[in-house]
Write a protein that binds this ligand. Sequence first.
Ligand code: SF4
Length: 231
Amino acid sequence: MPLTSEELKTWQARWQNASPEQILEESVELFGANKIAFATALGMEGIVILHYLYRTGLHHAVEVFLLDTGLLFPETYDLLRTVEARWQIRIRRYEGLPLEQQRALFGDRLWLRNPDMCCFLRKVLPLRRALSGKDAWITSIRREQSPTRQHTECIEWDARNGLYKINPLAYWTWDQVQAYVREHDLPYNPLHDQGYPSIGCMPCTTPIREGEDWRAGRWRGRAKLECGIHQ
Ligand code: SF4
């Protein structure tokens, strides 16, 4: 459902101070539940959005999916099972090339030599499959997370993927996210308490030190800040 640039600006202004609940409900009215999907890596922000979907009763209507690289932390897979059981939902996994095949074609531990190619194979291509036929996708990104995300709006045209992107937490702070999780006693990845504000694949995620940027632990030592699905 294409929006004019004026309509897009109107929605952006309307949602700047709206609750995630309102944004999710109005997104579904705008695009239709079967035309929206929610991508989550089960970080704390993703848990907040899942809870809002649950509160609004949209958790069964909107497809929720995980890009399963096969290289996620055991804690992330544990959380996946916990969340599915708690909210009685099935989070769909979209996987990349089998790791053995990747090894045979591109060599061992591609993430060390060419992380962009590895992310392309394990995240970008599966994302394209997941978003095929959709008009909008919901993400957990926030302005505060990195310089590359500082201008994020609650709704944007995602030219990279050819559909709209809904970011209900665009204006939230990390403190707000943590407070919400505490207030509602939600499950979350225990790695967040061990210095990992941003949790991706095991080989490419390290804890951050005091004063470091929120995503400094991702692809440490490289200029890379994004896996290619958002930027
Ligand atoms: S984050 Fe690392 S291991 Fe995961 S897909 Fe990207 S390069 Fe590969």
